[in-house]
Design a protein around this ligand. Structure first.
Ligand code: PRX
Length: 652
């Protein structure tokens, strides 16, 4: 682990109190916040228990709020509920039956709107469809979909019958899909012919075919939703069109009562080894945590129209497109595509057309918008907006200020939300009616969350150290699928427990300022964040060395104005190979084929050696210096061959 770089601490002191007009009507006022914090401090378990009782529907109450056998947590032990019931059925009885649940717009401009009653009906039908294919409670189902309503329906249908889903981002390659389906031992895959993204059709079904052709023995059925209408091959007996199955199944499907600790989903994320981790979330704790964070942090009000621009393939899509907002009975807007040259202002147009009031996006998107100038957003009526959010990586103060002035018209609080796939929901964030924000800081932990910055001994290190969580919380991941040892080693042993106190190690460097605000500075492990997406250096290196021309590869991140970090690969070629421009392009494409377009290296540098320690470990720190074009800093005394650095420098 490298030390978080103190140089990168942002010197930002501007303070933005909640706009008075906003604060007056906010769900959580300063007084309420004080009460909640006191309650959570006095009796943490009582705090979560009260919320679980008041905010969710349970078929059966729990016997124990938390069973904590570190690092194994079980929340609401013995309780039974169903997340799809909490997202749908209960709203039919609480006055939201005819309220719009989902507004969706496709890239070609087609629009669909579903009320809670209609969404409920569709999900029930989908759930029966899955049952008709032989899917049962406890099975795993892969979901590889474009951003269409059926993606959310598929997730909710799985939750309804108690099958765990594993959503694989539609931008991942067949190879990456295959690995995930294999690890999860998925019994079925739900996909679509394709989807629209950036003015083109992204084929999905052919990728599923490729993945399965390589052998994923567990997969028996492939359910295909028709979206784009292009021709796809259907394997008889295995592949079924949803529009052919749908009319044959009923709309009546009661939600299956599930144990609070029943596995809800697996979501794969990059870690420090070549193999992505299957992060496991369970039903009760996750439902509560996604629900309550969504309600308080986004200040959800009955008339809001809420848009989170993530993809359902990421945790942000799980918690803040689907489960969090629907559990609260909100109106969710969902968009299929992305800003593109033919429509660079499509986001602003969508906000104006659908009167979006809450907008949640990523710093990388904000930086791209900022670069294309103020004129585009100024051409649209953004007056419906009342709250803005960001997630995925640290936001630089310039981008924050631009977001605040040009998009928010200085009226909208910004919630900079820090969290991870592993945490299930937002952990550190302003509460928009309470917290005075500072551009670049995620501010303070959510009530009930005990975050801290410590050194490797677990002692407080507010000036710069590792971001940790000191107490279990309901939304926490439960394990790495089929690999509890990796769960323990990656998150709970990096900082050894002390006096019975366990530290959840997030893998981020941070510091705290004099007001106790958190400033997250980025990963301290071998994980690169490209446009807010996590990619492990080992994963990228394995992809490169799987090409016959490559003998060895080392990958690092380089600071990038738009993407946060860009991928730079140092490659040693196999004997007899010549480093040419065409080989460089071929290797870039190879990584795309192995992982997906988000993993395309920005730069590949051919070299004859890599800087290594005497024990043979690649010194990535030095490669990062080289990639960034900065001078070599820090200690080089452990280098085995000092000549390597000189040669690498000359090659540039
Ligand atoms: O490094 C942190 C960064 O994103 C990582 C988590 O990535 P992932 O599991 O893909 O989830 C992303 C969406 C929740 C974190 O370890 N990160 C996320 N949000 C922020 C952030 N870094 C700084 N500020 C944030 N608001």
């Amino acid at each position: 682990m490298s030390q978080p770089t103190l140089e990168s601490i942002l010197q930002e002191n501007r303070l933005f109190p909640p706009p008075p007009a906003f604060a007056q009507q906010a769900r959580i006022t300063p007084e309420r916040y004080e009460q909640l914090c006191r309650e959570a401090e006095r009796d943490p378990l009582g705090f979560w228990e009260r919320l679980a009782r008041e905010e969710l529907h349970w078929f059966k109450p729990w016997q124990q709020v938390l069973q904590w056998d570190p690092p194994q947590a079980q929340w609401f032990v013995g309780g039974q509920l169903n997340l799809s019931y909490n997202c749908l059925d209960r709203h039919l009885e609480n006055g939201r039956r005819h309220k719009t649940a989902l507004i969706w717009e496709g890239e070609p401009g087609d629009i669909r709107t579903l009320t809670y009653e209609q969404l409920h009906q569709e999900v029930c039908r989908f759930a029966n469809g899955l049952k008709a294919l032989g899917i049962q409670t406890g099975d795993r189902v892969g979901i590889y979909m474009p951003m269409i309503p059926e993606a959310a329906m598929a997730m909710l249908a799985c939750a309804r019958i108690g099958a765990a889903h594993t959503v694989v981002f539609g931008g991942f390659s067949a190879e990456a899909l295959k690995d995930r389906l294999r690890d999860a031992e998925a019994k079925a895959v739900i996909t679509a012919d394709g989807g629209w993204r950036k003015d083109a059709i992204v084929p999905l079904k052919p990728q599923v075919d490729l993945a399965l052709a390589e052998g994923v023995p567990s997969v028996e059925k492939v359910l295909v939703v028709q979206r784009t209408g292009q021709a796809v091959e259907m394997t008889p007996g295995r592949d079924i069109w949803w529009h052919e199955l749908a009319p044959t199944v009923s709309e009546d499907c009661p939600a299956q009562p599930m144990d609070a600790e029943a596995m809800l989903f697996i979501l794969y994320t990059s870690g420090t080894t070549g193999k992505p981790k299957g992060v496991v979330h369970t039903t009760g704790g996750y439902n509560l945590y996604a629900h309550i964070t969504c309600q308080w942090i986004f200040d959800l009000q009955e008339e809001d129209i809420y848009w989170c621009t993530a993809d359902v393939g990421w945790i942000t899509g799980h918690s803040y497109i689907v489960y969090g907002p629907l559990s609260n009975g909100a109106t969710v807007f969902m968009y299929e595509g992305a800003p593109r040259p033919s429509k660079p202002d499509c986001f602003w147009e969508l906000i104006a057309r659908h009167r979006i009031s809450i907008f949640y996006t990523a710093p990388t998107a904000i930086r791209a918008f900022m670069k294309s100038g103020d004129a585009l957003p100024r051409q649209h009526d953004l007056s419906s907006l009342r709250l803005l959010g960001t997630v995925g990586e640290p936001i630089n103060p310039e981008a924050w200020i631009w977001y605040h002035t040009v998009i928010g018209n200085e009226r909208c609080p910004i919630v900079d939300t820090w969290w991870q796939t592993e945490t299930g929901g937002i952990m550190i964030s302003p509460l928009p009616g309470v917290t005075a924000t500072k551009p670049g800081s995620a501010t303070r932990p959510f009530p009930g969350i005990q975050a801290d910055v410590v050194d490797l001994e677990g002692d407080p290190a507010p000036a710069g150290g590792y971001l940790v969580i000191r107490q279990p919380w309901p939304g926490m991941m439960r394990t790495v699928y089929k690999d509890p040892q990796r769960f323990r080693a990656s998150y709970w042993e990096k900082i050894p427990p002390k006096d019975g106190q366990y530290f959840y190690f997030a893998g981020d460097g941070a510091h705290r300022d004099e007001d106790g605000y958190f400033w997250v500075m980025g990963r301290v492990d071998d994980v690169i964040s490209v446009a807010g997406h996590r990619l492990g250096t080992m994963e990228l290196e394995s992809a490169l060395v799987s090409h016959p021309a490559v003998a060895e590869a080392a990958v690092v991140g380089r600071p990038d104005e738009l993407k946060g970090e860009a991928i730079v690969a140092f490659v040693i070629l196999s004997d007899g190979q010549e480093g040419s421009e065409s080989l460089r392009q071929e290797l870039m494409q190879h990584v795309v084929t192995e992982i997906g377009a988000i993993a395309r290296p920005s730069e590949i540098r051919f070299t004859d050696a890599l800087p290594k320690t005497r024990s043979g470990k690649i010194m990535r720190r030095l490669l990062r210096n080289l990639a960034a074009g900065s001078g070599i800093s820090g200690d080089t005394s452990t280098l085995e061959d000092r000549g390597v650095l000189e040669r690498l420098r000359q090659e540039v």
